[in-house]
Design a binder for this molecule. Sequence first.
Ligand code: DX5
Ligand code: ZN
Length: 220
Amino acid sequence: MIEIAPSLLSADFTRLSEAISSVADGGATILHVDVMDGHFVPNITIGLPVVRSLRKATKLTIDTHLMIDQPGRYAVEFVKAGADMVSIHIEADAHIHRTLTAIREAGAKAGIAINPGTSLSSIEDSIQYADFVLLMSVNPGFGGQSFIETSIPRLKRLRAMIAEQGLQTRIEIDGGIDEHNIRSVVEAGAEILVAGTAVYGKEDPAAAVRNLIESGSVWV
Ligand code: DX5
Ligand code: ZN
């Protein structure tokens, strides 16, 4: 089963509750929340107070993508604020095992996020401590960028790496996903599809989510 995770980064921040209900109507199950600190990435977005408000407003799974330096300082705080999934970047955390374990112990799913230019071998020994891997298919920092095509062979290699270790780790892909490439990323092994522009950049976000589910579903 694929799951669509609309990224609120491309939503109207003054109308978040509408942004949530529209994608829920379309069949989205996860809300992707991009947290940026202006250090790890060249942009600043939202943080804990907004996650606390989102938690009160929805039963959808809240997926916080922490694009922040030393995420171990804040990861558990995001779980306490109501996040169900918390991902941290391998490039930002020298103590990834400790942080992943802390996220799990706090009661959320722990994810390792990895940038397009970072070798997959850097996460090989940590995947076993994660519930999901978030493979970036753009350089993190902004919505609306083009999908980096080499993400397809990377997805396949990641899928093989997970299978070799006999793990059930899920793969989330983030960046430039739309109705044209969603099928190929699903076929390459992605199960959770983040989409910002392809959802909130459209007139009708609910219809956009429905269309992504339809386009990405591989019927056998
Ligand atoms: C980029 C963020 C993404 C972004 C995706 O740094 O991690 O989640 O919102 O937006 P689109 O789908 O427009 O590439
Ligand atoms: Zn993201």
